[in-house]
Design a protein around this ligand. Structure first.
Ligand code: FES
Length: 102
């Protein structure tokens, strides 16, 4: 079981937890504003863009090659950007905070 805190662009804080699936699916299930997941999680829409909190980035890890290419096209891209459909829920990411980029 991992617990994730989402901070939306309106500064709303949503805490949600799950044992499986992806972070994008968790965000959708919990109606996190700004995470649309339009492509269903196949890394081709970037509507699940988040910025990982600085202190948590090591836990979450860097994007893969295809994900990084998608992210570089995003206006809000920064060095802590991830597409959250590419982050699997697991104990390894318990407690991380993600800022919705869209
Ligand atoms: S849901 Fe489309 S890139 Fe993540």
């Amino acid at each position: 079981m991992a617990k994730i805190t989402f901070i939306t662009s309106d500064n709303e804080e949503i805490v949600a937890e799950a044992t499986s699936g992806t972070v994008m699916e968790l965000a959708k299930e919990n109606n996190v504003n700004g995470i649309d997941g339009d492509c269903g999680g196949v890394c081709s829409c970037a509507t699940c863009h988040v910025h990982v909190a600085e202190e948590d980035f090591e836990k979450v890890g860097a994007p893969g090659e295809i994900e990084a290419d998608m992210l570089e096209l995003e206006d809000n891209y920064n060095e802590r950007s991830r597409l959250c459909c590419q982050i699997d829920m697991s104990d390894a990411i318990d407690g991380v905070t993600l800022y919705v980029a869209n």
